[in-house]
Each structure stands twice: as C-alpha cells, then as structure tokens.
Design a protein around this ligand. Structure first.
Ligand code: 5AD
Length: 329
C-alpha cells in the first residue's frame, strides 16, 4: 500500500471501505473462527521503567506479586478444562523467573498438555535464554516493538531501554523459530500518524505472526497519568490496516480496546481481529496486574464469563473454537 493511501486511511477518510475489506480478508483466511488464549499474568515485578506502564519498577504504589509454578500450572489445568489450547505466560521482567524456572514451567505445562501451545510474553531477554525456552517447548513469543520511531521510543522509555535491543530481540526470536508477535499502542504521548505508518513499515520488515494493537490508556501512577487515552476509531483503523497488510496474522481484539469502549472488543473482531485473550490469572493477581487504569478484570474478558463471551461473539457472526490457533501461512 502506498504511504499516502495508508495515511489517508489512518486519517479516517474511508472507514467503511477499510473495515469491510479487513473483514473480507479475515474471512478468506480464517473464516469466522475466533481463537482464545488463556492469559496467565505470572508476575507484576518489573525491572523496567516504561513511562506509560503501571507496573514500572518506579511505581511504589503497585502491590507486587508473583505466582508459583504450581499456581501457574493450576491455571493451565483449569483453562484446559474450559477449552483453552494456548496459554500465554505474561509478566514484567522479573529476575525470579529465571531461564531455569521458566524452562521447568514450560516443561510441566507441555508434559501435562502436549496438545497446547505455550506463548511467552516476558520481555527482553538474552538470546540464549530465548533459545533455552524454545528448546523447552515454548511455541510463541509476544514482544511489542511499541513504536518503530527511535525518537518516539526514547520519549516513552528511560535511557536504560534500548530501541535497538528491542528490535534485535524480535529478530532473534524469529530466527530461533518462535511464532513471533509484535505491535504497538495507539495514542501514546507524542504519537503522530507518521509514526503509525513507520510501525507498519517495521512490521513489513519483521513479518510477525501476531500483531497486538491497543489504545494507550493512562495509569495514574505513571509520568503519563494525565495524558488522554488513545482514540477508539483510530485504533480500529490500525487493526483493520494490520489485517489488510498482513492477511495471515493473528490479531487480538485487546483487553485495552475492551477497556476503552464497552463494544471495543466486538468492534475489533468486526474489522479484522480474530483472537481474544481471556484472563485465567487467579482473581487476586488480576487487579494487581494493572498496566493502565480501569483495566477490565471482572467482565467477559475473565474466564468466569467465558460462556457470555462466546455468546457475544456468536451474536456478531463469529465463533470461538477449541483449537491451538496457529498462524496459517
Ligand atoms: N496503556 C495501554 N497499553 C499498555 N501497555 C503497557 N502500558 C499500557 C498502557 N498504559 C501495553 C504495552 C505492552 C503490553 C503488555 O501492554 O504495549 O507491550
């Protein structure tokens, strides 16, 4: 797609054509299936200090927790009985979850549930650690690039975070054989439409299997606490463009999108998204895994209301399936 066309779509010049095209492409590749991922938030300790994120190391008001491997395995067992065939282990960059601890965890999940995929979302790690986790059986890795423009990246992160390292991590993960997910927030402070165009150019270079896009939502205990949330329509346009530009990608209707607007998740599914990630974390952990204010954790994004989620998805013409939901290439 021409840069000028992309920018025109981002400006909202033809939303109905954009959304219809995205849904048509999604149906041609993935039909009306919606894949579910059981999200297990394993720790909210984080060594990083990203200016936008509620669990940043420098937030003294976060009540920190980490789950034990036994607790995580119990979440996976519960999820399996509900029909989940992918588990996403997500956490801050917590040294407690060492290479070895995570290897043991992956091994235990894979031994009990050999028909399931394990997705990791544990931040930037040495390539050798990524390799060890892949050898232990991890299938996929989520690491959003956050923004593909260096100056913008530097305005969202302290100097201790490296723009180059994050990109190198993504290419290393691909090379090791993971199905790789990247992505970005819409409406983060200082973001322009040109930055979003850069994000798509970076994705074209990376060719990720998964693309996570959600609106920025402020967290009151961060430097960006007073910044407004990202725009719903602009977020939906970026989701639709992601589907059109990357027809085979797995694209979640994110919790942030559902938090921004009561119909956010459904609207995401109608314009290209084909994945939802209900929360399997223990109740006590959920409220504490607070990346942004008002993050949903008791409604249909929680596993207790899986049936309601399925009904809502059926009502708009798609269906939740029991499937690992690997990328179709
Ligand atoms: N608003 C929206 N998304 C956020 N994330 C972190 N903080 C926020 C926020 N305030 C996203 C980042 C990260 C993912 C796990 O959550 O993009 O990669």
């Amino acid at each position: 797609m021409e840069q000028q066309t992309l920018l025109a779509y981002l400006r909202g010049e033809d939303d109905s054509a954009l959304f219809a095209k995205a849904d048509e492409i999604r149906r041609s590749v993935y039909g009306t299936d919606v894949y579910i991922r059981g999200l297990i938030e394993i720790s909210n300790f984080c060594a990083r200090n990203c200016y936008y994120c509620g669990i940043r190391a420098g937030n003294p008001n976060t009540s920190r927790y980490r789950l034990t491997n036994d607790e995580i395995l119990a979440c996976a067992h519960h999820g399996y009985s509900l029909g989940f065939r992918t588990f996403v282990l997500q956490g801050g960059e917590d040294p407690y979850f060492s290479e070895k601890t995570v290897c043991e965890l992956i091994d235990r999940i894979k031994t009990h549930h050999p028909d399931c995929a394990v997705t990791l979302s544990l931040g930037e790690q040495p390539k050798e650690t990524y390799r060890a986790w892949f050898s232990a059986g991890a299938d996929r890795y989520l690491l959003r690039h956050e923004t593909a423009t260096k100056s913008h990246y530097q305005s969202l992160h302290p100097q201790t975070s490296s723009f180059e390292n994050r990109r190198e991590c993504l290419f290393a993960l691909k090379e090791l054989g993971y199905q790789v997910g990247s992505g970005f927030m819409v409406g983060s402070p200082n973001q322009t439409l040109e930055h979003l165009a850069e994000d798509f150019a970076f994705l074209a270079e990376l060719q990720p299997d998964m693309i996570g896009i959600g609106p920025f939502i402020p967290h009151c205990d961060t430097p960006f606490g007073a910044h407004p949330s990202g725009d719903l329509s602009l977020t939906l346009r970026t989701v639709a463009l992601a589907r059109i530009l990357f027809p085979h990608a797995l694209i979640p209707a994110t919790t942030a999108l559902g938090t921004l607007h009561p119909q956010g998740r459904e609207r995401g599914l109608k314009c290209g998204a084909n994945v939802v990630m209900p929360n399997l974390s223990p109740e006590a952990a959920r409220a504490r895994y607070s990346l942004y204010n008002n993050k949903l954790h008791t409604g249909t994004e929680s596993v207790e209301q899986l049936q309601k989620l399925k009904d809502e998805i059926s009502a708009i013409g798609y269906q939740v399936v029991v499937d690992r939901g690997d990328v179709k290439k």
